[in-house]
Design a protein around this ligand. Sequence first.
Ligand SMILES: [Zn+2]
Length: 356
Amino acid sequence: MVTYAAVFFLVVSFVLGAVWGSFLNVCIYRIPLGKSVIFPGSHCTACGTPIKWYDNIPIISYLILQGHCRACGAYFSARYAGIELLTAILFLLLWLRYPAQPLVVAQWIIACLLIVATFTDVDHFIIPDSISLGGCSFALVASGLLGSSSLCAMDFEFWKGFLDFGFKATISSSLIGQHLAIFLWSALGAAFGWGLLSAVALFGRYVFAKEAMGGGDVKLFAFIGGYFGMTGVLAVLFLSAVVGAIVGVSILLWHKFFCRDEIDEVEFRRDRAKFPPYAEIHPERVSVIPELDLSSSTEVDKNRVIRVARRTSRQLHHFPYGPYIAFAAMLMLFFYPELHEWLREHLWLISEPSWQ
Ligand SMILES: [Zn+2]
């Protein structure tokens, strides 16, 4: 039975999400540039005109102005409205999933942090410390405050049943003890996420001799460990790797069959007797074909055209790992209780939470 109150709170969630989405756009644009996210207020990035309040209504203003600045007509990416809509929908769905629970506020904030991490990583290949480490601090505080109703508490219960450690008697008797235990469990989760991913990064560096995992990803996992606990770290690591592999292979196959590598054709003339200083102009492109030493003034005996791969499929689709982590964590925001239920069933660990 749908009541007016239920509909009211759904609308409020959606509107709140859209407004926060608008602020997230500012964060995504300004944090990597080292600018304040508060001052100055929203202004057109092309002409600098401050945006009036009635032109700054999430989603709606974009549709009315059809993505253009009212003052100078500059075009803004549809992504701005897209992020507002995405945040609005996520807020609404999270409210539906955890209606009227204090937990939902924490879930909203985590969703916001994950959205910013995703798009700064896409734009600049960075996840700002204010998001990853700030998120980790928030996760510790939120877990401690929410106590037994936090997602971290589910993880605590799970491992307590699994390892059968003797917190039960002491903690369940005292409320402060409960909150303290979850706070400590959250800190342990953060340390686990940081430690595990540092190990993965080191392993990748020595075995594959390349930077598979950046420092930003490691800090993001500390944040995830702090919010979800150790099971969350393992689940997000597994899920992000699976999704990343599926998307990566699909993109490479798509490119192989439907796209072509971008090639520069460079003509070397005999009368000039030397290669043009192509390597000096584009040193980053020349490295693609190491067998051709274009940097030296090699003599050539006839005119010929050499094709230099400007951007290959691999380079075109060099994609950061952060968005996959954020996507996996976003799924955990919704399905973490189900994951724990599934694990309990399949690990034959039927233990009742001792606090409820
Ligand atoms: Zn403008």
